[in-house]
Design a protein around this ligand. Structure first.
Ligand SMILES: *[C@@H]1O[C@H](CO)[C@@H](O)[C@H](O)[C@H]1NC(C)=O
Ligand SMILES: *[C@@H]1O[C@H](CO)[C@@H](O)[C@H](O)[C@H]1NC(C)=O
Ligand SMILES: *[C@@H]1O[C@H](CO)[C@@H](O)[C@H](O)[C@H]1NC(C)=O
Ligand SMILES: *[C@@H]1O[C@H](CO)[C@@H](O)[C@H](O)[C@H]1NC(C)=O
Ligand SMILES: *[C@@H]1O[C@H](CO)[C@@H](O)[C@H](O)[C@H]1NC(C)=O
Ligand SMILES: *[C@@H]1O[C@H](CO)[C@@H](O)[C@H](O)[C@H]1NC(C)=O
Ligand SMILES: *[C@@H]1O[C@H](CO)[C@@H](O)[C@H](O)[C@H]1NC(C)=O
Ligand SMILES: *[C@@H]1O[C@H](CO)[C@@H](O)[C@H](O)[C@H]1NC(C)=O
Ligand SMILES: *[C@@H]1O[C@H](CO)[C@@H](O)[C@H](O)[C@H]1NC(C)=O
Ligand SMILES: *[C@@H]1O[C@H](CO)[C@@H](O)[C@H](O)[C@H]1NC(C)=O
Length: 509
């Protein structure tokens, strides 16, 4: 008898709401409610069980057909009611709302019109919850897991605290989860494996701990993964190499250790791989850096060792940033990097690279070059000829070749470097000859640092034309003559280092 009632009720359901796209979820939610109720009843005395059970079943069936019961929040069977309840619970957890955003979340307007809420057109179900940079504070209610039609959950740049609830894993339609810059603590919830449609996952600049969970291995649609600036530990899991849709892996500023798995080299669609400022070690897998479309590989500030393959960069027309800085990489400075014709930023400082630097003639887009603190150069005559190959880089702003073994003279072509140049540092090398007068043409220069070399001759008086100069250092060289009076014109100058030379006379006022 009871069974029949149940079946009758369930069969009836779709007929009552033929246009409603929520049929499945309605059936399943009423089914689960029925199951929960029958579990409860199972413990009750037999007589009571039958009567209350029938009453509940009737109420359920009735509820779906009669408008009278539709407002019933207690049973919340309609998906839209569940969504409204979910949003109200979300609101209830907000403890800080300086801008009064949640004031629009009231019963005078339908929840689909609440600030930051978007619903589907056919059914009144929440598809987006988008509340970026609104100074909201408080924990994220587990009820968000009930917004089962949600595709985008973006709460970036707010003050959300506590853990990301496991209930997030109930959002089977979720495509984007953006919690950029909040105060989320704890681990990445393992139930995130339930968000099978997830494409964009941004939880950077939070307080996450623990490891990158194995649960992510289920998310085969994942395109972007950003966990930078948290305190994640453990290793970069090899299974990421199986998530073939991945385009961006962004992991800087964590405590990740271990190697970069070779398997990441399988990610043909990868455009960004960054893992700077971690505790990664081992050799850098060449397969990853062979991927032709990775534009900004950044592995700076780790403990990588070994050499870079000589072919690196050959097929890299898309390379924009290349950073190996502050590791223990050794061997020849990879010559093929000079073929990466779209390179804007080249950072290899703080390693043990050796050898001469070949022509940078093809790097016409280069803006920043830092090869400082390596073992580059031969202390020989032509070491700095590569600087002349940079004259085609018309946007070059920053050049640092300090703390190496560069010898020879500073070529006159310096005067033809980009007019955009603001920073030129070459201290602690073995550079000989004079300070080229050509520096006087680079009128945007703010820093000219040439201390600790074997420079001779005089300080060219044209240096006094560099009205933006803040730091001028030629200390610990063999410079002679008097200090040009023109230096007295440098209004912006904050630091001046002339010591340990053969200079005479006075420093102009
Ligand atoms: C929920 O949906 C039902 C049926 O479509 C409708 O009558 C009711 O007004 C809706 N409630 C809300 C809060 O949208
Ligand atoms: C929604 O989620 C909460 C917490 O996760 C849960 O207690 C509640 O029963 C769920 N269902 C409905 C219909 O609100
Ligand atoms: C987490 O996932 C497990 C396994 O799918 C499930 O049993 C559990 O109910 C989920 N927890 C929440 C809070 O949704
Ligand atoms: C890292 O995150 C913290 C907290 O959100 C923030 O204050 C800090 O500026 C972030 N650091 C960087 C380098 O973005
Ligand atoms: C990647 O997928 C292959 C093939 O499905 C499987 O054999 C392998 O174990 C997976 N690797 C990882 C690290 O999950
Ligand atoms: C890789 O990118 C191409 C071009 O955008 C796309 O057609 C293809 O589906 C992507 N592959 C995967 C596995 O997502
Ligand atoms: C690399 O990028 C180019 C240009 O965006 C695109 O045409 C090509 O399909 C990409 N290659 C792969 C392997 O995704
Ligand atoms: C790098 O790519 C080249 C050409 O695309 C290929 O011949 C070489 O085997 C690749 N090397 C690695 C380590 O994947
Ligand atoms: C640069 O590319 C050209 C043409 O593809 C190639 O012949 C040359 O060997 C490459 N240079 C280096 C240093 O890899
Ligand atoms: C600087 O460039 C000009 C014009 O291209 C050229 O005539 C001159 O010789 C160059 N000077 C140096 C020192 O290379």
């Amino acid at each position: 008898m009871l069974q029949k009632e149940l079946i009758f009720c369930l069969i009836l359901l779709p007929k009552q709401t033929p246009q409603d796209a929520n049929n499945n979820s309605m059936i399943s939610s009423s089914l689960s409610l029925l199951m929960r109720l029958s579990e409860m009843q199972f413990k009750a005395p037999w007589s009571l069980q039958i009567s209350t059970h029938v009453a509940v079943v009737l109420l359920l069936c009735f509820n779906l057909t009669s408008p009278f019961f539709l407002g019933s929040a207690a049973l919340a069977i309609n998906g839209n009611e569940t969504d409204q309840q979910g949003l109200l619970q979300f609101k209830a957890k907000i403890t800080g709302d300086q801008l009064g955003i949640m004031r629009s979340w009231n019963n005078n307007v339908h929840f689909c019109q609440w600030r930051g809420v978007k619903c589907g057109r056919l059914h009144q179900r929440v598809t987006r919850l988008d509340l970026p940079a609104l100074k909201l504070m408080g924990p994220i209610s587990p009820y968000v897991g009930n917004l089962s039609f949600l595709r985008v959950l973006s709460l970036r740049n707010n003050g959300f605290i506590q853990e990301l609830p496991q209930e997030i894993g109930r959002l089977h339609r979720l495509e984007e989860l953006n919690l950029h810059r909040n105060l989320i603590v704890g681990e990445i919830p393992s139930n995130i494996s339930g968000c099978l449609k997830l494409k964009h996952l941004y939880i950077e600049h939070n307080l996450l701990v623990g490891e990158i969970p194995a649960a992510l291995g289920h998310l085969s649609n994942l395109k972007e993964l950003s966990f930078s600036n948290n305190t994640l530990r453990g290793s970069i899991p090899p299974f990421l190499g199986n998530l073939s849709s991945l385009e961006i892996i962004y992991l800087p500023l964590n405590r990740l250790s271990g190697i970069i798995p070779e398997a990441l080299g399988q990610l043909k669609n990868l455009t960004t791989f960054a893992a700077a400022i971690n505790k990664l070690s081992g050799m850098v897998p060449s397969s990853l850096f062979n991927l032709s479309n990775v534009t900004k590989p950044d592995i700076g500030e780790n403990n990588f060792h070994g050499s870079r393959p000589s072919q690196l960069g050959v097929n890299k027309p898309y390379l924009e940033l290349f950073s190996d800085s502050q590791n223990q990489l050794s061997g020849l400075f990879p010559p093929s990097i000079t073929n990466a014709s779209n390179l804007i930023n080249l950072q290899v400082y703080g390693n043990k690279f050796t050898g001469k630097i070949a022509s940078f003639r093809k790097l016409e887009k280069l803006q920043r070059l830092n090869v400082a603190d390596n073992l580059l150069g031969s202390e020989g005559a032509n070491d700095l000829n590569f600087l002349c190959s940079l004259t085609g880089a018309t946007s070059l702003e920053y050049v640092k070749i300090s703390y190496n073994s560069f010898g020879g003279i500073l070529p006159e072509c310096i005067s033809n470097l980009s007019t955009a140049i603001t920073f030129f540092a070459m201290q602690d090398n073995n550079i000989v000859g004079t300070i080229p007068a050509g520096f006087g043409n680079r009128i945007d220069l703010e820093v000219l640092e040439a201390g600790g070399n074997q420079l001779s001759g005089t300080i060219p008086s044209v240096i006094g034309r560099l009205q933006k100069l803040k730091l001028f250092a030629v200390n610990i060289n063999s410079i002679s003559g008097s200090v040009p009076t023109s230096l007295g014109n440098l209004k912006m100058l904050i630091e001046l280092y002339l010591n340990d030379n053969n200079l005479q006379g006075e420093i102009p006022p």
